[in-house]
Design a protein around this ligand. Sequence first.
Ligand code: HEC
Length: 162
Amino acid sequence: MKKLFAALVIVAGMIVAGLFCLVLYKGPRMTVQHHFRAYQTVQPPPVEGTVPVNLPEQLPTEESAATVRNPLPDTAENRQRGRVYYDYYCVFCHGKKGAGNGPVGESYMPAPADLRSQRIANYRDGDLLRNMLLGIGHEPVLERVVPPKHRWYLVLYVRSLK
Ligand code: HEC
């Protein structure tokens, strides 16, 4: 009786293992999962005769950056807000004081820039905005991550680090 039971357990185990291997080998693949399709769909065109409002704010181009100025006044409150955003998006690479020694940044080659340097201070507002979102070490992720309404606060805060 014991032997029969043991044999049954072994056979059942082999069947389960066999099924598992079969599913692994023949089962559905990632590529056929319909979830991927959602990202591939194209937005419908706007209704004829209408124009979109509230277009997302674009970064200045390389040429127009020279003329773009930070619209925010340099107040303690705005800096404080910039600091909060800095802690969201930048601190783990550029470090608490902007020295470029955050825990993630330490593994970077080249290391993140020292944001207190004269070179950064010399940037005009538009260039600083572009370089901090698109420059080496950032592209193209930060431009997608930092929403336009947070950006000028960050420029303000980066300037105040010096
Ligand atoms: C993933 C790590 C990382 C994050 C997050 C990050 N940076 Fe950087 N940053 C870098 C690296 C790497 C460089 C390149 C240093 C170099 O080229 O010498 C850099 C360079 C810079 C520069 C100098 C650009 C130039 O033209 O020299 C500025 C300004 C800057 N970062 C600002 C920011 C700000 C503001 C944030 C947050 C919104 C941020 N960074 C987030 C890694 C990071």
